[in-house]
Write a protein that binds this ligand. Structure first.
Ligand code: SAH
Length: 501
């Protein structure tokens, strides 16, 4: 951050504006709107000042400001329209100990004036720290469109009842929840629709309820998608902004965890220092305990919570304790990796069905009838298969599947460091090992893989064809195995290991 954004209270404080042109008039106007007492120093005032001259808080001095004179001011704006004079007055004001803003001269500014969207009492300030005023203006236009004019009225309405609510709704936690419900619900709708009397009556009812209610927590089981934060759903983002506590694990990208409410508590339940993930039972108990404390708990999972994510298990305990919860789907790794690798999972000329399988079951690597799954017209996607890649490919071929069937490994799909290794059942394992993939990865098998040549659109610098190398093979095998075991601990599918579409 180049500047510290603060909102100054200038009410009844004296502010000097040096200059009599348009730029000076704009500053004076803004200052008067914020309640300041403005003194304009200039030999003459342009007509832009015409309307300001009668303002009771405006004063005009036709003389040069003297250093001694400026000392009694709170702030100083310099905008004479002449850079040399600007520099001179900047020096005078600085010697008087003031914070100074010089129009169009960032180097001489102690503070900058942001673009603003004024929905008083709500004010949004935008600064690009001088990098691109045009971008600042574009953002301002977007935000103008986003925040209805009536939001100012809504903020004033809420402001009028703050003291009453603070006196009646007991804890800070329940007050926050109270206001979130009000601002997100029918009371706000009434205010925005201009029906304040009804809104006041409804608010009174809410206050009565808020005063009695014991806070009830709730749990949001949210899918955070495969990595790229842009792939979050609107609902996921909204719930992340509401949560008091966030429980997340290794597969959730840090950039996604960052999007949670800034003051939300974050609890990592992935791999601990001793390399063991927090046991499932403990996570479920934690969810229950936090919700019973009245918290809004967000359980953030990679991909989709119900896809090889043990989401179902985690919320079973909530049902037993009557804790309200909701499940927000996310883009599962197969969908994300398919899109970002340019490998459609179905295609009318290639595959009319697709199967999602896990390479790792509750009791270790799984045995499958691959010849039944890998038939023409069907794509197979394997989750959690990297550590078993050699064995999986060997099993497929041993069961009579064509060794030349195209197959791909997508590593860190949708992320900036995505890598895709393609080959066939015969070549894929060696190529993947040589590429030293670290996971998370999924394996896609089927003739759709060949479409990548045409449909690959996502540019990732790390995405290149790799030839097998013996030394690479041996050195990474252990590492990957180790990582994948941890991954399996966190994401083991228990009820079903295959999903048909
Ligand atoms: N619920 C998750 C899956 C959890 S199981 C989902 O819907 O995606 C963990 C497995 O998901 C990993 O072992 C890997 O196979 C896969 N996976 C998760 N994120 C991935 C990513 N960005 N790229 C490739 N595979 C990923």
């Amino acid at each position: 951050m180049d500047h510290l954004p603060i909102f100054l209270d200038v009410k009844d404080k004296w502010v000097a504006v040096i200059g009599g042109g348009v730029a000076a008039a704009r500053k004076a106007e803004m200052l008067l709107r914020a309640g300041a007492q403005v003194t304009a120093f200039a030999p003459v005032l342009d007509e832009e000042f015409f309307e300001l001259r009668d303002h009771p808080a405006f004063e005009y001095v036709a003389n040069e400001p003297k250093q001694r004179e400026l000392r009694s001011f709170f702030l100083c704006f310099v905008a004479t329209g002449d850079s040399q004079r600007d520099e001179h007055y900047h020096g005078v004001a600085k010697q008087s100990g003031l914070l100074v803003n010089v129009a169009d001269n960032p180097k001489l500014c102690d503070f900058v004036m942001p673009s603003i969207v004024d929905r008083s009492p709500v004010v949004v300030a935008i600064s690009t720290a001088g990098a691109s005023p045009i971008l600042g203006r574009m953002l301002k236009a977007r935000i103008e469109a986003l925040i209805p004019g009536a939001y100012g009225r809504l903020a004033s309405f809420v402001g009028r009842f703050r003291a009453v609510v603070s006196a009646s709704v007991p804890t800070a936690e329940s007050r926050r929840r109270f206001w979130e419900n009000v601002l997100d619900g029918p009371v706000a709708e009434m205010v925005l629709a201009g029906n304040e009397p009804t809104a006041v009556a409804m608010l009174a009812e809410e206050i009565e309820r808020g005063a009695q209610d014991r806070p009830i927590g709730e749990v949001y089981l949210v899918g955070g998608g495969p990595g790229d934060p842009d792939l979050l759903t609107f609902r996921a983002l909204r719930l992340m902004q509401r949560a008091d506590v966030v429980l997340y694990d290794r597969l959730v990208d840090p950039a996604i965890v960052d999007l949670a409410r800034r003051d939300a508590e974050r609890i990592y339940v992935g791999k601990r220092r001793n390399d063991h993930a927090v046991p499932q039972e403990e996570i479920s108990e934690l969810l229950v305990r936090l919700a019973l404390e009245g918290k809004r708990v967000l359980r953030l999972k990679g991909g989709d919570p119900f896809m090889f994510g043990r989401g179902g298990e985690e919320i079973e305990k909530l049902v037993a304790h009557n804790i309200p919860f909701q499940v927000c789907p996310g883009i599962t790794a197969a969908a994300g990796c398919s899109a970002y690798s340019g490998i459609p999972l179905t295609h009318r000329d290639h595959a009319q069905s697709c199967v999602f399988v896990t390479g790792h079951g509750k009791n270790g690597p799984i045995e499958r009838d691959w010849s039944a799954l890998l038939h023409p017209g069907q794509t197979v996607v394997i989750y959690m298969g990297l550590a078993q890649l050699e064995r999986l490919m060997r099993d497929c071929m041993a069961q009579g599947v064509d060794p030349e069937l195209p197959a791909a490994v997508v590593d860190n799909g949708t992320r900036a460091n995505q890598r895709v290794v393609t080959g066939t059942l015969r070549t894929l394992a060696a190529r993947a090992r040589a590429a030293q993939l670290r996971g998370p990865t999924i394996i896609i098998i089927g003739s759709v893989v060949a479409l990548r040549d045409q449909l690959n659109w996502f540019a990732s610098e790390r995405d290149e064809a790799v030839e097998p190398s013996e030394s690479g093979l041996r050195s990474v095998a252990v590492d990957v195995e180790h990582l994948e075991t941890i991954e399996n601990e966190a994401g083991r599918a228990v009820c079903s290991q295959t999903m048909m579409f």
